[in-house]
Design a protein around this ligand. Sequence first.
Ligand code: SF4
Length: 253
Amino acid sequence: MAIQEPLKTILAETRSLVERAGGARRSLTLSPEVAEALSALDGPRSQTPTKMETGTPPISSPDSAPSLEALESLVCACTRCGLAATRNRTVFGVGSPSADLVFVGEAPGEDEDRQGVPFVGRAGQLLTDIIVKGMGMRREDVYICNVLKCRPPLNRDPNPEEVHCCEPFLLRQLDLMHPKVICALGRHAAQTLLRTGESTGRLRGRWHNYHDIPFRVTYHPAYLLRQPSEKRKTWEDVKAIMKVLNGEVVPEI
Ligand code: SF4
């Protein structure tokens, strides 16, 4: 039948839309006419279907997660955006749940996607050096995560829909932790969270407000590996953050 393939395409795309929209519903209620047409595609049935099962389990809102563990379980099962189809592992976050300082990067890379841990590899080692040598803290004393919990293919920039789908997880993470300071690592994380197109150079060196949490911007460790001369500015950012963490300064946000 000539109309069969277009109908199948519509059916598949509708199913995908329902799955990506999330929410508690697992099925669509069909009109009798549509149900009959879809039934005809699959051949004769003893009973005409009136529901189209999407196969998507109920997805609770991130806002309702009572703990980081519960939130991580939601992330592990998340299919809210297309990155669920290409990820190897979700990358939720690592560190102390009671950390005063949270570092937020943009998205997992190849190593992170394989290991399920944020900021591993050379850039991760440099971040560890910044924490240990620059701040006099241990990596496990802070918390490290990304805006996106899944890797964009080929490390491309996240698209707005992916950020829209995933940012509620970050917001709930921060809400559960109540850090004293957030430090955005690099242009993409800073621009995404602050909803601005300003460069890292213009955003760093001053305090911002992210959902009433003091927010500082510094360079991404991967950028510092390429431009070691910029490390000096990161040390300045680190010193400003330490003054707040030590209670020497109250940032105006
Ligand atoms: S990137 Fe975020 S919203 Fe998209 S599938 Fe992964 S966890 Fe879900």
